[in-house]
Unconditional design. Structure first.
Length: 124
């Protein structure tokens, strides 16, 4: 069994950073659906802006809002306006294709890509 990337929101823009919230990352439910993230799923968040990396869990935000909000302590590392990548992983016995949505600066899906399992298998 190996961990492989299953889902990714690429070039998402943080719309809010809320230190007062208990924790996690809030993501528009439409964006969660675009790549198959589950509410409560553990994700890796990487800032293209600052280079910060952190793990947290997803919370479903209002559909159609295009909201991506860093909550709690994570808001110290990644702030409003930063461009980020959000990745989910799965423990599998064999390679799987990854669902990837590339977003514009307003968190609209520009296109969906499937990262083929062969590339993942070659890296294992």
């Amino acid at each position: 069994m190996r961990w492989v990337m299953r889902s990714k929101l690429h070039n998402a823009r943080v719309t809010e950073a809320n230190l007062a919230y208990v924790g996690s990352i809030t993501i528009d439910e439409d964006l969660l659906d675009a790549v198959g993230f589950w509410p409560g799923e553990k994700v890796l968040v990487v800032s293209n802006t600052s280079g910060a990396r952190l793990e947290t869990y997803t919370i479903a935000g209002p559909r159609g809002s295009r909201a991506i909000c860093m909550n709690g302590a994570a808001a110290h590392l990644i702030g409003e306006g930063e461009q980020i990548i959000i990745m989910g992983f799965e423990l599998v016995a064999s390679p799987i294709d990854a669902a990837v949505a590339v977003l514009d600066d307003d968190n609209r899906v520009l296109g969906n890509i499937v990262e083929r399992a062969r590339a993942t298998a070659d890296a294992l």
